[in-house]
Ligand binder design. Structure first.
Ligand code: FAD
Length: 524
């Protein structure tokens, strides 16, 4: 017996924040529309999609991370101090690396390109930084971008005051501001990092994952179903139109077809093009303009700080809440974006001299915008398969001279920032292996027109295939340095509203091209 329905209105592939946005907006704006979400990974948290950092018990948290690591489960991660600088290829906990095909001869490649396979996707493991794109990061052909970003803030539960009581947070901001604010306008001055986190009444921090995007309203929607351990192998295409998905139930090993009026593929920036490729949807721009944000990191010990009182110290294993998260926004003149946070939340290894004032060491990270190139790409094989049986991927990726110049500038800037907040740890900043930012973009890029340089329309519909939409960081067509999830959710809001309007129209008029069977069932 299949656990899947024979047909639904909308099939969503992937349960990260991008896919969850479609489920939420459809629930709110087109009630009654049936939605099935398919996720290849298992459910690892409660409610489904919740951030694993909200799991109190350290062992249960580690188990949830391990179960998110798909075929890479159990491999050593960068969690241990010193691991980042060891030069080994390691993934962040909750993620796993592309095992091969990450670097072609003579290219830089993306040695630590990574994935998460679990309900909630990478957002069950993320840092939750949700800055807005600025200047050239913004998508110029979306006049409603700010309103969409506002909606993204709502869905992700973004706040800016969660760390206001942290004793060193204002100090860090003041010191950074003194070093970088000169000549900047209000929106690009040092400020609190918008974060997808809220503080409960009992004072506890709760990090947002897809559970927050879905919300009680979607979980309570009888027309919404989430199927975990379900691999969508391909989108069914008939006469140039998406009409459903072929899905393998990883519990039974059986494959089923689920018919759908609309299909949304939100399977991350490397696997969304993989699903399209496997479905025979192969526009010229598919997988092209792959970009990531090269990341420079450094640590600094805060100068002149008093140890916090006993009652401010974190419980064992919990994040210390001393210096919060500060944001140094992107500018076109300095095309990188800074995230400055207490070290136990950052990937920089801890200083070895103990004892340190908890939270007194901050990690500084600068993400650099990429010089976009057509030839930076993910390619798929027609003959080789990955461990899920999907077309094997191979990455082509190279930094340009301009990228290296930006990187040099970012290294200088991060040293100045580290010196401003305190005493730098180590003699120089460290450039993370490529792929480390986990912010892959561009592979299903959005365009204003079907000119061969983009994969989807401003409403996220794949050019030339009716009923097929894409979602996630792969849609972002600009060279961003800011963390991309808020922008992806904003783009998904636009696409989902469009679907909601179309399906509501269909509901009213009992008319939809190509899905006559469904319509006749609805006609009174
Ligand atoms: P994902 O969250 O990756 O979800 C895609 C889902 O699709 C996955 O669950 C996957 O298993 C599923 N899937 C793939 N293929 C198939 C298939 N064929 N069938 C069924 N399911 C499939 N971003 C920020 O903006 N700010 C941050 O501070 C930040 N910090 C991060 C820190 C860490 C440690 C990590 C891991 C990520 C971080 N990110 C951050 C990145 C952020 O998590 C991603 O941008 C975001 O999760 C992307 O959402 P998505 O829905 O597009 O993809």
């Amino acid at each position: 017996m299949s656990r899947y329905p024979d047909s639904v209105d909308v099939a969503i592939v992937g349960s990260g924040p991008a896919g969850a946005t479609y489920a939420r907006i459809l629930t709110e704006e087109a009630p009654g529309v049936t939605v099935a979400m398919f996720e290849v990974g298992p459910t690892v948290s409660d409610p489904p999609g919740a951030h694993v950092r909200n799991i109190d018990d350290a062992e249960a948290r580690a188990e949830a991370q391990r179960r998110s690591e798909g075929p890479g489960a159990g491999a050593a991660t960068v969690s241990s101090p010193g691991a980042v600088k060891s030069g080994e290829r390691r993934a962040r906990a909750g993620t796993y690396l592309l095992p091969d095909g990450f670097q072609a001869d003579g290219e830089d490649g993306m040695p630590v390109a990574a994935f998460s396979s679990n309900v909630g996707g990478m957002a069950a493991h993320w840092t939750g930084a949700c800055p807005r794109p600025l200047g050239s990061e913004r998508i110029p052909f979306l006049p409603d971008l700010d309103e969409l970003l506002d909606e993204g803030d709502r869905l992700l539960g973004v706040t800016t005051d969660a760390f206001d009581a942290a004793p060193f947070t204002a100090l860090v901001r003041e010191r950074l501001a003194a070093a970088v604010d000169e000549g900047r306008v209000d929106e690009t001055r040092v400020q609190r990092m918008p974060l997808a986190v809220h503080r409960r009444d009992d004072g506890r921090l709760v990090w947002s994952g897809s559970d927050v995007v879905l919300g009680d309203v979607t979980r309570g929607n009888p027309s919404f179903s989430l199927f975990d351990e379900s691999l969508v192998m391909r989108v069914l295409i008939e006469d140039g139109r998406a009409v459903g998905v072929a899905v393998r139930d990883l519990r039974s090993g059986e494959t089923h077809e689920v018919r759908a009026r609309r299909v949304v593929v939100a399977a991350d920036a490397l696997r969304t093009p993989q699903v399209l490729w496997a479905s025979g949807v192969r526009p010229a721009a598919l997988g092209r303009m792959l970009n990531d944000q090269t990341q420079v990191v450094y640590g600094a010990r805060l100068r002149d700080v008093e140890p916090p009182a006993e009652d401010q110290l974190p419980a064992s294993g919990a994040l210390s809440e001393q210096s919060g998260v500060s944001w140094v926004p992107f500018t076109d003149a300095l095309p990188f974006h800074g995230q400055v946070m207490q070290l136990d939340a950052s990937p920089v290894p801890l200083a070895d001299d103990d004892p340190v004032v908890p939270g007194s060491i901050v990690g500084l990270g600068l993400f650099c915008a990429k010089d976009l190139q057509w030839d930076d790409r993910v390619e798929f094989s027609d003959t080789e398969r990955d461990s899920y049986g999907m077309p094997a991927m191979r990455l082509h990726y190279t930094l340009t001279d301009r990228d290296r110049a930006v990187l040099d500038r970012a290294q200088e800037e991060i040293v100045a920032m580290a010196r401003a907040v305190g005493e730098p740890i180590g003699d120089r900043p460290f450039t993370m292996p490529l792929g480390a930012s986990l912010h892959y973009q561009g592979t299903t890029r959005m365009g204003e027109a079907d000119d061969g340089l983009s994969v989807c329309s401003p409403d996220s519909e794949v050019w030339g295939v009716r009923g097929l939409s894409v979602a996630g960081n792969g849609l972002i067509p600009t060279a961003t340095a800011c963390n991309p999830t808020l922008t992806s959710v904003a783009l998904a809001v636009r696409g989902a509203r469009r679907l909601a309007r179309e399906l509501a129209y269909v509901e009213n008029r009992h008319y939809d091209v190509g899905t006559k069977q469904k319509e006749s069932r609805r006609t009174p």
